[in-house]
Design a protein around this ligand. Structure first.
Ligand code: 2M8
Length: 458
């Protein structure tokens, strides 16, 4: 073997960063359930779709095999129609531990999940192909090659589902049919489209809620909105989960979902090349979506992208972090990219100013609520997407600010589900998996494998 000479020794990591890394690894280990990682034990005791993609990015740093198990398990719950469900229920967890539990989503159609697998019937942002590619890039070798070969057909069918069942041809963009599909569930971007959904059975649904046992009602959605969420589930379910978009009460073009799909189509093209499949259709789709997003979701007045209600045609007047995520797109028009960066560093999001991380909602909005779920707080998931987008946009200076802010928030408040961007207070669930996983990805410097310290827990 040839000795490698001349490389300087790696600088020792600061003890504070080492400690954060250890805490993050401990949280991943604690929340691992054998085939997937729960977002947080009490509030979300099952497997969530886009969480799993983010969790895999964390596992990629410490135990890549678990990253592949996590993604394979999720894709193993894929429906016959290609959709990737937003929750895969753990049969070992009590039916009433989470609302809406598996029972609420039944009956499942024939084109539903594989036999014996219990899932929800809606989807979440398609981060998965991009996550799979990132795991493989971080861990090159035969195990990753084999995993990509195994997962590619399922990832391609997942994208096909969105491109066929959810596409609104007039815009060439894909629609979400429930606020939960956006991942930014309670965002002010959904207020107007959600107002068209009647709040029925409010007391009954309030009685079924389990989230308020684990998080403060001041930090969670209202009972009225929960009643609307539940009605949307029942109607979609009772219609056999057929995507008759014109008949569904909630049908919205979300900038985050479309930007993530375009970005993930780019990743799928690279995966296709690696496994010897045709990359062209994925590249074409990424380009078409980028064009559609620019043409139909740009709001010059807000300096960012915005959601469009398919039923009314109205572009929603809310400036949210979702509207910044098209920074992920390599083909984004330079003028729009510059405008997004100005919005990000301007009064609405104040990156590099007095806000920590990128808040989920416009800090100048009259209905800003710094403590409430997706209506103001800073989240690791969306910060990671903006951080990645800033790398694509060549703004490493600002990407570093996002990472430093997330590290500071976690150092001050722990691995919480979300954070008050001004006070830094930790909110929602504790020991949150994607916060831990994405922190591991954003911590600068080296990817130190700390598992030897935790070997007894394996
Ligand atoms: C939150 O959503 C679930 C419903 O899917 C809930 O509130 O019960 C959201 O933050 C979502 O983005 C996330 O995937 C999920 C689990 O972390 O929690």
């Amino acid at each position: 073997m040839t000795a490698v000479v001349g490389l300087p020794p790696r600088p020792a990591e600061a003890p504070a960063a080492q400690e954060l890394r250890r805490t993050a690894v401990r949280t991943l280990l604690r929340n691992w359930r054998g085939r997937s990682t729960v977002p947080t034990a009490s509030l979300y005791p099952h497997q969530w779709s886009w969480d799993s993609a983010f969790n895999a990015l964390g596992w990629a740093h410490v135990a890549p095999r678990r990253a592949w198990i996590e993604l394979s398990g999720l894709l193993g719950a894929q429906w016959a129609d290609g959709r990737l469900p937003h929750i895969v229920f753990d049969p070992a967890v009590a039916e009433d531990a989470y609302f809406p539990g598996a029972w609420y989503w039944r009956p499942m159609p024939a084109a539903g999940p594989p036999p014996g697998v219990s899932t929800s019937g809606i989807v979440q942002p398609p981060v998965h192909a991009a996550a799979a590619l990132a795991v493989a890039r971080r861990n090159p070798g035969p195990e990753s090659d084999a995993a990509l070969r195994r997962l590619y057909p399922r990832l391609a069918r997942w994208h096909d589902y969105l491109w066929t069942r959810r596409v609104v041809s007039q815009y060439g963009l894909v629609a979400i049919v429930h606020p939960w599909e956006s991942g930014l569930d309670n965002s002010p971007a959904w207020d107007a489209p959600l107002r068209a959904v009647p709040a029925v059975d409010v007391a009954e649904v309030a009685g079924l809620r389990r989230d308020l046992r684990h998080a403060s009602s001041a930090h969670r959605p209202t009972d009225e909105d929960y009643a609307r969420y539940a009605l949307l589930v029942r109607e979609y379910r009772d219609g056999g989960y057929l995507d008759r978009l014109g008949d569904l009460r909630f049908c919205v073009l979300d900038p985050l979902t479309n930007a993530v799909l375009a970005w993930a189509d780019g990743a799928l093209a690279e995966i296709a090349e690696r496994v010897g499949a045709d990359a062209r259709p994925h590249r074409d789709r990424a380009r078409l979506l980028t064009e559609g997003i620019q043409e139909h979701l740009w709001s010059p007045e807000h300096g960012c992208f915005a959601a469009r209600d398919v039923h009314t045609g109205v572009l929603q007047p809310a400036r949210t972090v979702g509207g910044l995520t098209p920074l992920l797109l390599p083909g984004l028009d330079a003028a729009l990219r510059d405008a997004l960066v100005s919005t990000l560093t301007g009064p609405a999001f104040r990156l590099g100013g007095d806000a920590r991380g990128v808040p989920s909602y416009d800090l100048t909005a009259p209905d800003l609520d710094l403590g409430r779920y997706w209506r103001g707080p800073t989240w690791a998931s969306t910060n990671w997407l903006v951080w990645t987008g800033l790398h694509t946009a060549g703004r490493l200076d600002l990407a570093d600010v996002v990472a430093a802010d997330m590290i500071e928030l976690v150092a001050g408040a722990g691995l919480r589900e979300y954070f008050d961007p001004i006070t830094g207070a930790g909110l929602g669930g504790a020991d949150f998996t994607w916060t831990a996983a994405l922190l591991l990805d954003m911590l600068p410097g080296h990817s130190v494998n700390l598992l030897s310290e935790f070997v007894d827990k394996w």
